[in-house]
Design a protein around this ligand. Structure first.
Ligand code: SF4
Length: 302
């Protein structure tokens, strides 16, 4: 049945001239049918650079929006329209405007996990892999960082000479990790390597051997000579991890799942392609301003 559906999706994809993109946190079967799997910025670049005019973005809304911001001429489809990101929803445009008024000299850096409206109000976007470079390359001393408090504080620790005004947003998936779960795992498996996403809280990061973005975590694990890993990010990354050489993977609490990322099923991909529904539409003035913030990310991120 699943194979039958996969075949039907691939046929329909060809007929529509579409490219299917999947974030690392998507279900394994979605990653398997995708033309490209990666983090949100990489995928928005693939969407922009590919020849296909229809992009099916299997992820959450801000990701499909980022693809549309960079490729306005293309049709960008989000298979499940209510697959959102609670962290992105924690910063609203009018609140950002208020904060900007209070700190007129500050540069506004927004994590890519933000709405198009918030990106449009920001000077530059960042991802978890390029945030440090970007902040270091900004001349201004004062930085408004939003919406992720944990990523903001992680960068602040490394750039203490700058003044940070950090938003109080967080990822509900990474926030669920308990400090005692990490300590228990370390007690049971002395040789375990703890790899953590910077969206985790400080007390979790401080117990970690490696901190990085999803792509960096996958690369670290796949090239490491260690055998046992505690993976402290959404469990979709396991699908890209290489278990050869008897590598063992564990997760705090047994699993870490983002319910929004898991909303997309093969049926949704098929139906969205069949009916060409769930197209991302953005107001042009917002899109243009947001695209400046994304392009600045490229300039400052190196
Ligand atoms: S894992 Fe966290 S940051 Fe990523 S989409 Fe889910 S809620 Fe948002």
């Amino acid at each position: 049945m699943e194979n039958n559906l996969k075949d039907k999706i691939l046929q329909l994809k060809k007929k529509r001239g579409a490219k299917i993109l999947a974030h690392y946190y998507q279900r394994g079967e979605i990653q398997d049918i995708a033309d490209a799997v990666g983090d949100s910025y990489y995928l928005s670049k693939v969407a922009k650079d590919c020849n296909e005019q229809v992009i099916v973005f299997c992820g959450v809304k801000f990701m499909a929006e980022s693809a549309k911001i960079l490729s306005p001429e293309k049709t960008v489809i989000l298979p499940v329209m209510d697959a959102g990101c609670p962290m992105a929803d924690m910063a609203e445009g009018h609140e950002v405007e208020e904060l900007k008024k209070k700190h007129p000299k500050a540069k506004v850096v927004c994590y890519i996990n933000s709405s198009a409206e918030v990106k449009a109000l920001s000077d530059v976007c960042c991802t978890s892999s390029n945030a440090l470079n970007i902040i270091r390359n900004i001349d201004e001393e004062e930085i408004i960082f939003l919406p992720d408090k944990n990523l903001g504080e992680y960068i602040q620790e490394q750039v203490p000479e700058k003044k940070f005004i950090i938003w109080n947003g967080f990822c509900i998936t990474h926030k669920r990790v308990r400090h005692k779960e990490i300590i228990q795992a370390k007690d049971i498996h002395k040789d375990m390597v703890i790899v953590t996403h910077p969206e985790c809280e400080k007390e979790i990061r401080d117990e970690s051997d490696f901190i990085g973005s999803t792509g960096e975590i996958i690369n670290f694990v796949n090239t490491s000579s260690n055998k046992k890993f505690l993976i402290v990010t959404e469990e979709g990354v396991l699908h890209q991890m290489d278990s050869k050489d008897n590598k063992e993977f564990y997760m705090p609490g047994g699993s870490m799942v983002c319910v929004n990322m898991k909303k997309t099923r093969l049926e949704d991909v098929y139906n969205s392609l069949l009916n060409m529904k769930n197209k991302i539409e953005l107001k042009e003035d917002i899109r243009i301003k947001a695209s400046t913030a994304l392009k600045n990310m490229h300039k400052l991120g190196g």
